[in-house]
Design a protein around this ligand. Structure first.
Ligand SMILES: *Cc1c(COP(=O)(O)O)cnc(C)c1O
Length: 422
């Protein structure tokens, strides 16, 4: 792995990482979030959107309060998938529309969502439509819904990573769609506003994503025609799933997707049937602002391989293990560190403190002049990082989470050691 392709660390991240190493008695494992960078990134994402196209943030990627507060002025709303996530959104100082997707929604979660004024419930099964109708009825509401479709994707669009197009717990097959539409329309307490499809994850290829979106738009009239009054069916939520290139520079070309959509919508402009389109990415929004910092505890060799054993591990940053990739690592020598340094250009496996051979963050990272006490920084750790991890394994303390504000200094840096599962 070469490191040259990865951007240099922001100065505020370097400062804060070194500050943590200098200030604490304990070796560092921490997540740093560069909130000004997150703000600039989401501004860029929304500035490309064709007019009328909306951007929701799927908060399961990272629902820490400072991230939601940073995003709230820029996104059109939040996508949530649990009662716990409703609470996260409810705590945000700015009340944005939120939509509720996901399999296995509890009655209690649906009630809570309705109480909190959920904009749209994305219904995932015939049973869920019946349950939601009953709950909305008890609460004296008429709840707008999108029906989540699990479409039969043409083979060239289906991939190994697709969340639709094959057997999944998500959404309703196209064969059952007419029945689902009828069920919604039979309920006096539900109103069909449109359809939702979240078919992909880790999509890096914008041309494939465009093909997918075009395919949805081609199918839209036939889905809409299932409704008794198609004029009421206006919303197409095209999901998230735009990927992040952890291993190289080939990031998802969001501008290209938006340009294509603008051109296609311009052609449809005079057509009253054109849907209002909404995206709901998670990873693409929050991945880049996060950094996982680990302090080197031990440097050792075993059977011809080199291991840098670091504070923390995959129980705190599970992403590389979950995805089976070698995460990029940047080396931050600790100033004044007088410990012995390794040779230049050697290959190291970066591992954590767990008693399992799976606790590997990267293999074959080329690192120079490494010393015990130095810091290793894993960038692109802002989405599906800490919150998908098994942080209590081996009873290690939880990592710190530090949220860097503009001109981060010790004074205006918010710090939190809380976690959504604690
Ligand atoms: C997880 C999820 C998303 C976000 O997915 P990303 O890959 O993070 O963009 C959006 N919509 C639904 C329904 C999801 O389950």
């Amino acid at each position: 792995m070469t490191q040259a392709i990865h951007a240099a660390l922001p100065a505020a991240v370097v400062r804060q990482a070194r500050h943590l190493a200098a200030a604490g008695a304990d070796p560092v494992s921490a997540f740093l979030y560069d909130l000004p960078a997150l703000r600039r990134h989401v501004q860029r994402l929304t500035s490309c959107l064709p007019s009328g196209v909306e951007l929701f943030y799927a908060i399961k990627a990272n629902s820490e309060a400072p991230l939601l507060e940073t995003l709230a002025p820029w996104v059109d709303g939040f996508e949530i998938s649990s009662g716990g996530e409703i609470a996260r959104v409810a705590q945000c100082s700015r009340r944005l529309p939120f939509v509720f997707s996901g399999p296995g929604k509890l009655d209690a979660d649906l009630e809570q969502a309705l109480e909190q004024g959920v904009e749209l419930v994305h219904v995932e099964s015939l049973g869920e439509i019946r349950r939601l109708g009953a709950i909305a009825g008890r609460m004296g509401r008429r709840q707008p819904v999108l029906i989540r479709i699990n479409p039969a994707l043409p083979p060239h669009l289906a991939t190994r990573l697709s969340m639709a197009g094959g057997p999944t717990p998500f959404g309703i097959d196209e064969e059952e769609l007419a029945q689902a539409v009828a069920l919604v329309e039979q309920s006096p307490h539900l109103a069909l506003h449109g359809f939702h499809i979240h078919a992909m994850s880790h999509q890096l290829d914008v041309e494939r994503h465009i093909e997918l979106l075009d395919w949805y738009l081609d199918k839209w009239p036939s889905w809409r025609a299932l409704a008794a009054d198609p004029r009421l069916v206006r919303c197409l939520n095209a999901g998230g799933g735009m990927g992040v290139d952890y291993l190289g520079p080939a990031q998802f070309d969001w501008e290209r997707l938006c340009r294509h959509l603008a051109a296609r919508l311009a052609r449809l402009e005079l057509d009253a049937e054109a849907p209002r389109i909404r995206f709901e990415p998670g990873r693409l929004v929050s991945a880049f602002c996060g950094y996982y910092v680990m302090q080197v505890l031990d440097l050792k060799r075993s059977h011809g391989k080199r291991f840098a054993v670091c504070r923390g591990g995959t129980h705190q940053f599970r992403l590389p293990a979950a995805q089976g990739h070698d995460h990029p690592v940047l080396h931050l020598p600790a100033p004044g560190n007088t410990a012995a340094r390794t040779e230049d250009g050697e290959e190291w496996s970066v591992v954590g403190q767990l008693c399992t051979p799976k606790d590997v963050l990267t293999r074959r990272a080329v690192l120079s002049g490494l010393a015990v006490g130095d810091l290793l920084v894993l960038p692109m750790a802002g989405a599906y990082g800490y919150n998908i991890s098994h942080a209590d394994f081996l009873c290690h303390p939880r990592p710190r989470q530090v949220f860097l504000e503009p001109e981060a200094s010790n004074n205006n840096t918010m710090e939190s050691t809380t976690c959504c599962t604690s």
